[in-house]
Design a protein around this ligand. Structure first.
Ligand SMILES: *[C@@H]1O[C@H](CO)[C@@H](O)[C@H](O)[C@H]1NC(C)=O
Length: 206
């Protein structure tokens, strides 16, 4: 009983710290991104946020591992698929860091018809059978809130899953179920992230 209490307490403290510190952004330089071959400038603020999973690569829980996964994705998207750059605007790792893909102001590549009016966020991993850790979900919500605060996403934005607007199982059944509850419950509303303006760069590098 006490043991259980301690675990729950620890979990709450962990989550609260995550909220008060604000998430860490990993810039393109930090993950050693190749430059984009071309950039489409996006009109902001955008009215949509599109949620993806990567399916492949699988989840990562350390910065080193997540960096490798970012590089793998950029290779796949740029070299195999001949896109301009890694497809997503941002990727959130199981290490609770935010990896900058195309950033806030460049058109993404994953969701035809929505690419030029959405921020596309992927949760690194295959979330078909397993829900991402709560801390990773919170990081996604923090990212959305930062986007609103910085004027890149409209306040009453619409959260959509890739499968809502494309022929795909992305973002996986488990994550899809999870985000059904977000529009009213978490996203942009109940998760508060005070005092992070001094901690995160105001405009993460594109
Ligand atoms: C991408 O292309 C490289 C080189 O042609 C190939 O070896 C690799 O298997 C491809 N990757 C995927 C995931 O298809």
């Amino acid at each position: 009983m006490l043991y259980c209490f301690i675990i729950v307490l620890g979990l709450c403290i962990g989550i609260n710290c995550l909220k008060c510190r604000g998430p860490e952004f990993v810039s393109r330089d930090d993950w050693d991104a190749r430059p984009p071959s071309e950039i489409g400038i996006m009109q902001t603020p955008v009215p949509y946020v599109v949620i993806h999973h990567t399916y492949k690569p699988e989840a990562c829980y350390t910065k080193n591992d997540c960096i490798k996964k970012m590089q793998w994705m950029q290779d796949f998207h740029q070299l195999n698929r001949s896109w301009n750059d890694i497809g997503y605007n941002f990727a959130v790792g199981g290490d609770n860091r935010i990896y900058v893909g195309r950033g806030w102001t460049s058109v993404g590549a994953h969701t035809p018809k929505y690419n030029d009016k959405s921020i596309e966020i992927t949760l690194i991993g295959d979330w078909s059978n397993e829900t991402p850790p709560l801390s990773q979900l919170i990081t996604v919500n923090q990212l959305i809130l930062i986007g609103i605060r910085e004027g890149y996403i409209i306040e009453d934005y619409k959260l959509i899953a890739h499968r809502d607007v494309g022929q795909t199982e992305c973002p996986g059944d488990a994550l899809y179920r999870e985000i059904q509850t977000w529009q009213n419950e978490i996203a942009g509303r109940n998760v508060r992230i005070p005092n992070i303006q001094n901690i995160i760069p105001r405009r993460p590098a594109n």
